[in-house]
Design a protein around this ligand. Sequence first.
Ligand SMILES: *[C@@H]1O[C@H](CO)[C@@H](O)[C@H](O)[C@H]1NC(C)=O
Ligand SMILES: *[C@@H]1O[C@H](CO)[C@@H](O)[C@H](O)[C@H]1NC(C)=O
Ligand SMILES: *[C@@H]1O[C@H](CO)[C@@H](O)[C@H](O)[C@H]1NC(C)=O
Ligand SMILES: *[C@@H]1O[C@H](CO)[C@@H](O)[C@H](O)[C@H]1NC(C)=O
Ligand SMILES: *[C@@H]1O[C@H](CO)[C@@H](O)[C@H](O)[C@H]1NC(C)=O
Length: 458
Amino acid sequence: MFFLRIATLVFLIFTCSFFNQIHGRPHSHAHKKHLHPISHVSFPPSPAPEAVSPTYHEPAVFNVRSFGAVGDGVSDDTQAFKLAWDTACQAEESATLLVPNGYIFMIQSCIFTGPCKSVLTFQKIDGNIVPPDGPDSWPRYSSRRQWLVFYRINGMTMEGSGVIDGRGEKWWDLPCKPHKGINGKTQPGPCDSPVAIRFFMSSNLTVQRLEIKNSPQFHFRFDGCQNVHIEMLTIKSPAQSPNTDGIHIDNTNNVKIYNSVISNGDDCVSIGTGCHNVDIRNITCGPSHGISIGSLGNHNSRACVYNVTVSESVIKHSDNGVRIKTWQGGAGSVSKVIFNNIHMDTVRNPIIIDQYYCLSKNCLNQSSAVFISAISYSNIKGTYDVRSPPMRFACSDSVPCTNLTLYEVELLPAQGNIFTDPFCWNAYGTMQTLTIPPAFCLIEGNPLSLPQNDVVQC
Ligand SMILES: *[C@@H]1O[C@H](CO)[C@@H](O)[C@H](O)[C@H]1NC(C)=O
Ligand SMILES: *[C@@H]1O[C@H](CO)[C@@H](O)[C@H](O)[C@H]1NC(C)=O
Ligand SMILES: *[C@@H]1O[C@H](CO)[C@@H](O)[C@H](O)[C@H]1NC(C)=O
Ligand SMILES: *[C@@H]1O[C@H](CO)[C@@H](O)[C@H](O)[C@H]1NC(C)=O
Ligand SMILES: *[C@@H]1O[C@H](CO)[C@@H](O)[C@H](O)[C@H]1NC(C)=O
C-alpha cells in the first residue's frame, strides 16, 4: 500500500464556515475565530461510523455518510465532512476519507487543516462534491476567495471516480467580470470568486485520476507547497469562463504535472513566482490560454522562476501556446526553461514572451524588468491562427531577453497566408536550425549591458 508513512501529530485544526440551513442563519460562533485548535476529537454521532479499525497495512476507511453526510445535493454536508476529517486525521496509521459513489455532497468553504497523525488519502472522492450555488447562496461570512482548502498537510493523496463541480456559472456572470456589466462593460469593484481547491503550505501531495469542472476561479491552486505530483486529471470549464486557470502554482517546488487533459477559459497551467523544478509532461490543453509562466513582477515585485520543463504536450484552439508574461517594473528572473515536443493546433500565439503584460492598456514604461534568460524551444510544431505572429518575443526595453534558443520549430498557418516575420524586440538568441517561419529577428550574441548579477540572482 502507499500510505504507510507515519507523520507526527502536533495538533489538529479544522475550520469551516457552517451555515445552519434549518434556521437560515450562520452559527454565531462559526466565524468569530479563524484556525481554532481543537483539543478533543469530536466523535461522530450514533449510529457508530463504519470506520474499520486499521488492520496491519490497511488504511482505515472513514465514510462521510457514517458521519451524517446526506449527499442529496441540497443538504449542507459540511459538518459531516468536518467530523470525518477530524477522525481520519487523528487515525494512528493511514486513513482514507471516503466520499461514496452515488451521492452529491454540498459543502461550504472549508479549511481542512493538519498536520495529521495519519497519512491520508482524503479523498477517495467517488461521489460528487458541489459548493453552494453561486454568490447569492454563498454564506455571507465565508471566504469568497477559496472553497476547499488543505492547509499544513504532509502526505496526502486525493483521487476518485467522482466529479468536483465548482458551479461557477453565476460567478462568471457577475457584472464585475469582463464584459458582463451593463452594455457589455466591466463593472469596477471587488470581484472575488473562489478557487475551487487550494493546497497551502503542504507537502508530499498526490492528486490523481479525478475530474473537476466549472470552478468559479482557478480549479487548483498550490501555494507554499513542496513535492506535488499531479497525474491523470481532467479539468473542464467553458472557453469563456473568466480566470478559470486549470492548475496554478506559486512558491511551490518539485512539481510534476503529468498525463492530464485541461480545457478552460484561462491558462491550463500557470506558474507564478517562487517556483522551481517543475516538470509538465503529456498535457492536452485547450481550448484555453495555454501554458504560462507568469504573470510576474506585478507592482514592482521580485519574481524568481527556474528549471521548468514543458514537454510531450498538445495545445489546441488556444489564445497562447507556451507563454512567459511579465509586468514592467519587476525584478528577479526567469531562467532555464525548456519547451520541448509540443504540438500546436490552431493557436494564436504559439510561442510568446510578453514583458509588457498589462491589463489596463495604460501601464507606463518602466526601467526595470524580470530578466528572462536561457529559454529553449525545441520541436515545437503545428499550426497557428494567422491573427497573430506565430512567434513573439517582446522583451523589455531596458532588460533584454538573452540566450533564447530555437531548434526544430515549424509553425504553419491553420488557414490563410503564412506570416513571414516573427516579432522580436530586444531578444537575443539563436536559431539552431532554420525555423518556419525563420526567426531572423533574434539578435545574435549577448547584449552589451546585462542586469547586475545581484539583481537577478534568485
Ligand atoms: C516528504 O516525503 C519524503 C519522502 O517520503 C520525506 O523524506 C520528507 O520528509 C517529506 N516532506 C516533509 C516536508 O515532511
Ligand atoms: C498521456 O495522457 C493521456 C491522458 O491522460 C493518457 O491517456 C496517455 O496514456 C498518456 N500518454 C503517455 C505516453 O503516457
Ligand atoms: C530540475 O527539475 C527537475 C524536476 O523537474 C529535477 O529532477 C532536476 O534535478 C532539477 N535540476 C536542477 C539542476 O536542480
Ligand atoms: C513603451 O515602450 C514600448 C517599446 O519601446 C513602446 O512601443 C510604447 O509605445 C511605450 N509606451 C509608452 C506609454 O511610452
Ligand atoms: C543558454 O541556455 C542553455 C539552455 O537553454 C544552457 O545550456 C546554456 O548554458 C546557456 N548559455 C549561456 C551562455 O548562458
